[in-house]
Design a protein around this ligand. Structure first.
Ligand code: ATP
Length: 346
């Protein structure tokens, strides 16, 4: 694979060299706790380590020692809870730059470092948005990424109609492979799978982004209950009576809800946020209408949206599911569909 960032962000190359707790070595068992959270000493140390590679941008295999003033602002892309994303150019090369203000709050800082860490170590996954490098200044952290065309929630908003099943088939493959990669290669779960964290580029390539609240797995389980958007959390993460740990199957639930939202054009629960969360915990999980969708599609959604996490399929099983196998074998032109819907919605 063409590897665009030799920096590997935080001093990482093909093999992570830094003995940092920020970087789990794939060769060791996953057992680095989510160390950086809430521990200001750790956060400071990790930040100092990361600063060593600040300004190294690797584009088309060439590493440039860049300065922030060489980034030319082109336009705003959007804002999230952690920062702002803008389109910039560096020596005529277009990038999306996510700027996150530095803060003295070590939890917030650990989110920024986690986002940076995961995107950097995932350079070899074609289903995760690519990082060219980053800048750490006195005031903020700026992550330079490949510039995608849009995220799926904005696209839904814009086209105001559901995505066709064949497109959902293709994007399911990419997202399941991205999540599977994070789990098997880095022992990480995403914890914030939702349409706004799935990006699409103009050639129809689909990628996962936004790793600020990703969690390290300890003996395959994650422990922080608070991280993530509650509306996409599995019932086991919302239920106050549940113990504090959960596993990748919580991301499988979030994936299932995302598929329903894309297939129907709307988030499946209504009411206030509290009512929606209560429905997730107590009501029957959403299902697709079998008169409108193929049996395989209805089935994969049912397999993801099981109230009992142990009944949900894991990634290996999802990758073997008939819905995924069917769409892997079909030549679907996502690029053409995307160009058409963008044109129709102008
Ligand atoms: N690499 C990228 N290329 C193009 N657009 C991007 C890229 N990364 C993020 N965006 C867009 O920028 C906007 C802000 O993204 P960001 O990840 O900061 O927040 P979010 O995911 O929307 O919200 P939150 O962080 O609260 O979950 C989103 O609309 C997202 O689609």
């Amino acid at each position: 694979m063409d590897r665009d960032f030799g920096l590997g962000g935080l001093g990482l190359n093909d093999t992570p060299k830094m003995p940092s707790k920020l970087v789990p070595s794939p060769r060791q068992p996953p057992l680095v706790p989510p160390t950086i959270r809430g521990n200001s000493h750790n956060v400071q140390t990790l930040l100092e380590q990361a600063e060593k590679n600040s300004g190294a941008l690797t584009i088309h295999g060439v590493t440039h020692k860049a300065e922030i003033k060489e980034l030319d602002f082109m336009e705003d892309i959007g804002h999230g809870s952690c920062g702002t994303v803008t389109k910039c150019s560096y020596k005529s090369f277009t990038m999306a730059v996510k700027t996150m203000p530095r803060t003295t709050n070590s939890y917030e800082m650990s989110r920024i470092l986690m986002d940076l860490d995961v995107i950097c170590i995932s350079f070899d996954c074609p289903y995760i948005v690519r990082c060219y490098g980053y800048f750490i200044t006195t005031y903020d952290v700026r992550v330079c990424m490949e510039c995608m065309a849009t995220c799926l929630d904005r696209l839904l908003d814009r086209i105001k109609k559901p995505f066709p099943e064949r497109i959902i088939g293709k994007l399911s493959i990419s997202i399941i492979k991205a999540l599977h990669y994070l789990k098997t290669k880095h022992q990480i779960m995403h914890r914030d799978v939702k349409p706004s964290n799935i990006l699409l580029d103009w050639s129809g390539v689909i990628k996962l982004c936004d790793f600020g609240i990703a969690g390290r797995l300890i003996e395959s389980r994650a422990h922080s209950k608070t991280a993530g958007c509650p509306l996409y959390m599995g019932p086991e993460r919302l239920d106050p009576n549940n113990d504090d740990s959960y596993d990748i199957r919580s991301d499988v639930w979030s994936l299932g809800l995302t598929l329903v939202e894309l297939a129907t054009g709307r988030y499946p629960f209504g009411g206030s946020e509290f009512e929606m969360m209560s429905k997730i915990i107590h009501d029957e999980p959403p299902r697709l209408d079998p008169t409108m969708f193929s049996p395989e599609f209805c089935d994969i959604v049912t397999c993801c949206l099981q109230r009992d996490p142990t009944k949900r399929l894991n990634y290996d099983q999802l990758l073997q599911h008939p819905f995924i196998l069917k769409h892997e074998g079909v030549d679907t032109d996502v690029e053409e569909w995307f160009a058409d819907v963008m044109c129709d919605s102008e």
